[in-house]
Design a protein around this ligand. Structure first.
Ligand code: ZN
Length: 299
């Protein structure tokens, strides 16, 4: 008997007819096989007859807020095992479709994340604007322009999760710190997330930093968790986290300033030209905020 060959595995976030978002894991194979799927210890596991082909066994990083990693293993000569590592509880539905390739599809609901976000008001503050261009890269990319697509990607993720989002600027306009604070005050924000890039006189210095308001004790925890998730997504140097006096006026609202990358670094300025990096940065920030709302503490 010829064993089905596993040829691909991936995951993405999709929306159903009811406007609910879910994580979908797809395993592609050259044929149908009997399979058993079950959940235990925060993992969803699928086992069946098959061989892994045209792709390496091992792990695939996901970090979509619900799924951290996918693992594909050959556990016997004729048997494979897929493990979906869930960060939070999730119920799933399972279906098999198609012929060549046959797709084993696991749909995992994201209600845990919705419950964290649905009653939250989050201010996203794209730094600088107008005549205030912010930092400038070696090839002349300016901070005020690169923070905007990251802010918009982040807005999309927060909205998907059910939060209400307020932006301090939508266009290329100068906005004072007082005006930015006023947005947070008038909407009774639960969180204030400012998006910036770092600048350094040494163009070799790079990395991620997240600074925080000294007035709210929760800000430090939020900053740390966002930094950890950003570093994991972008795989750049960790420049730490420090108090930012300018944010004292934010009062008790947890407020952070995310320095997503260092724009004055040659390599990182290049990264900032890529929409993929904007999206990854937004995902990292989102995951950190999600960890914060889930009550996690820095490891
Ligand atoms: Zn800045």
């Amino acid at each position: 008997m010829k064993l089905p060959r596993i040829t691909n595995i991936w995951s993405k976030i999709l929306e159903n007819e009811m406007g609910e978002f879910f994580s979908q894991v797809v395993i592609e194979s050259t044929g149908h096989f009997e399979t058993a799927i079950r959940q235990a210890d925060g993992k969803t596991m699928l086992e069946g007859a098959g061989v892994v082909a045209n792709m390496p066994v091992g792990s695939v990083e996901v970090y979509d807020g619900l799924i951290s990693n996918l693992y594909l293993n050959q556990i016997d000569d004729d048997k494979i095992k897929v493990i979906v590592d869930n960060e939070h509880p999730s119920e799933f539905e399972y279906e098999v479709t198609g012929e060549l390739p046959v797709r084993f599809i696991i749909n995992m609901e994201r209600s845990f994340i919705f419950k964290l976000f649905h009653d939250k008001k989050i201010v996203i503050d794209p730094g600088h604007g107008g005549a205030d261009v912010g930092g400038r890269g070696p090839v002349n990319l300016v901070e005020k322009n690169v923070v905007m697509p990251i802010a918009l990607d982040l807005q999309k993720l927060f909205k998907q999760a059910g939060a209400q989002v307020f932006l301090t600027r939508q266009e290329d306009l100068a906005v004072s710190l007082r005006e930015r604070r006023e947005v947070a005050r008038s909407c009774h924000a639960d969180l204030f997330v400012s998006i910036h890039t770092n600048a350094n006189v040494d163009s070799k210095v790079g990395g991620v930093a997240v600074n925080y308001s000294p007035e709210s004790p929760e800000s430090a925890r939020l900053a740390w968790l966002v930094k950890e998730e950003l570093v994991r997504k972008l795989k750049l140097a960790d420049r730490g986290s420090k108090k930012l006096k300018a944010y004292s006026a934010m009062g008790t609202v947890p407020a952070i300033e995310v320095e997503v990358v260092t724009i004055t670094n040659w390599v990182e300025e290049g990264l900032l030209r890529s929409p993929t990096i904007h999206k990854k940065a937004a995902e990292g920030i989102f995951n950190g905020v999600k960890d914060y709302l889930a009550g996690q503490f820095p490891q």
